[in-house]
Ligand binder design. Sequence first.
Ligand SMILES: [Zn+2]
Length: 230
Amino acid sequence: MIKKYWKDFLSLIYPNVCYNCDVALVEGEEKICLRCYRDFPLTKYHLTVPNPLVQMCSGNEKVKGAFCYMKFNKHGIAQLMLHELKYKGNISMGLALGQWFARYIQTELKEAEIDVIIPVPLHKAKQRKRGYNQSEVLARGMNKITGISIVRQALIRTKNVSTQTKKGKVERWQNVDDLYQVINAEQLEGKNVLLLDDVITTGATIAAAAEVLSVSGVGQIYLGCIASGK
Ligand SMILES: [Zn+2]
């Protein structure tokens, strides 16, 4: 708690300090100092065989690859930055994360010939409450670097149920049936998509989204996330 107040206090006097370690940022650094940036717990899942995120969608033959930026550790740097984006309305943090992630996998995105980014949608009631979809903010950051367009009106979340809390794993998986629906499928016809979420935990929700996309006529599907606890 004291650390938090100290941080808030510091940010009043020195608005440009590293979110992770509180050192003053220098020219060219944004949000995070270079040292912390170099220490990001990268997963390199896209270079791992088998890729643990692709394995979560086993049986879905359109899922060709998956990119995960960082390992999710409790109280780790990925959680800190995503918390800023999700619960503190820090949109610029989300845009920065999206840009860094895009730079990290820029070559792979080109090789995969990704046509569009589809942010995993929130239920409309949840989005109204938060005011924005964090995955869409990340997608906007990625778009700034890659120019890959974002499709917002193709995938919708139909149920507003919690898939994570207080439920066993089996129940979680059963719970995701019909969680998402594809609308206006023609705009995705034959397109290679990057399905983008902020965090992947069990993989149940993103696998459900990939499933409805796979039967809607898309080309290949790649998964992307900023952090995963896998
Ligand atoms: Zn730092």
